[in-house]
Ligand binder design. Structure first.
Ligand SMILES: [Ca+2]
Length: 304
């Protein structure tokens, strides 16, 4: 469950981070009892947590500019499902300035899936939402994009959606469907507005990949260099014949990996690879032979 919550939390965070560049995000639980005027469009989550809270009775009125109506596009919806046909947690959407106005949804909205309308539109510039929850069972809640729209003909530079609605031109190609039919988000490559979600997603993915590769590469380099130092160390502490590469005089001290590890940080015992090694008695022993000889020596010491 924790992993699932963590993944969901991370996913929501990713979506929020990657999409937050263009559209204000509000939280209904933080706006209970208030009136929220807006100019063009904003999105609203049910709450700041992974799930909404218990025992809420939260109302909020959103108001579009004059001569506009409110289009509420539901992009995510998950409230506790109805029990024997009655919603225990639910959302109502009223067509006016308060909860006494008629409801735009015929029945209380709860659960998830096909019984939830894709969008709702007010007849005037105001829309009032009411979220009610009981004392048990919390879910991920909802996300709704609110947009100020009006019917064609569009004025000025306002964008004409294919469904005869007009929206502010700044909402064209901002990665959010504010028309309700997504026509403000088509042909965006030729429109010339950068696709923010793709840029951020690619940047985050590349950054994570680079960090992972750097860590893996560092570990490999460390392992290779450590093994190389170990081989040099072994070669430097034995006396072998340059002609046949056979160990002739075993050292009087243990040549083990543990000894090698213990010698680290003590330059008197050995120095960096590629140089002569010093033994504690201050006699020096050159690194000799090819890598094949080193490998043979290494193995013979391992056996001993
Ligand atoms: Ca848009």
């Amino acid at each position: 469950m924790n992993q699932e919550v963590s993944f969901y939390s991370f996913f929501i965070w990713m979506m929020t981070v990657s999409k937050s560049a263009g559209l204000t995000l509000e939280f209904m639980e933080s706006l209970c009892g208030t009136t929220y005027p807006f100019e063009t469009s904003f999105q609203m989550d049910s709450g700041t947590g992974i799930t909404y809270r218990n025992q809420l009775d939260c109302s909020l009125t959103v108001i579009a500019p004059s001569s506009h109506v409110v289009l509420a596009l539901i992009t995510r919806f998950e409230l506790e499902a109805a029990v024997t046909g009655t919603c225990t947690d639910y959302l109502d959407v009223h067509n006016g300035t308060d909860t006494s106005a008629p409801k735009l949804n015929p029945t209380e909205l709860c659960g998830w899936g096909t019984n939830i309308p894709k969008n709702l539109t007010s007849s005037g510039k105001s829309m009032t939402l009411r979220l009610v929850t009981d004392s048990t069972g919390v879910y991920h809640g909802f996300n709704i994009i609110f947009t100020a729209v009006y019917n064609e003909p569009c004025t000025g530079s306002d964008f004409a959606c294919s469904n005869q609605l007009c929206i502010d031109p700044s909402l064209r190609c901002d990665n959010y469907d504010q028309c309700g039919d997504n026509t403000d988000e088509v042909d965006c490559d030729s429109y010339g507005k950068s696709s923010g979600i793709n840029v951020v997603m690619v940047a985050v993915t590349v950054a994570v990949a680079v960090i992972i590769l750097a860590v893996i590469f560092s570990i490999i380099i460390y392992k290779v260099r450590d093994r190389s130092r170990w081989k040099h160390f072994v070669n430097a502490h034995i006396d072998y014949d340059d002609e046949d590469g056979i160990v002739e005089t075993p050292p009087s001290y243990p040549i083990t990996h543990k000894y090698y590890k213990g010698a680290r940080g003590h330059p008197s015992l050995y120095t960096a690879p590629g140089h002569d090694f010093k033994i504690s008695s201050n006699t020096s022993s050159p690194i000799g032979g090819s890598s094949t000889q080193m490998q043979m020596t290494y193995k013979s010491v391992e056996v001993v």
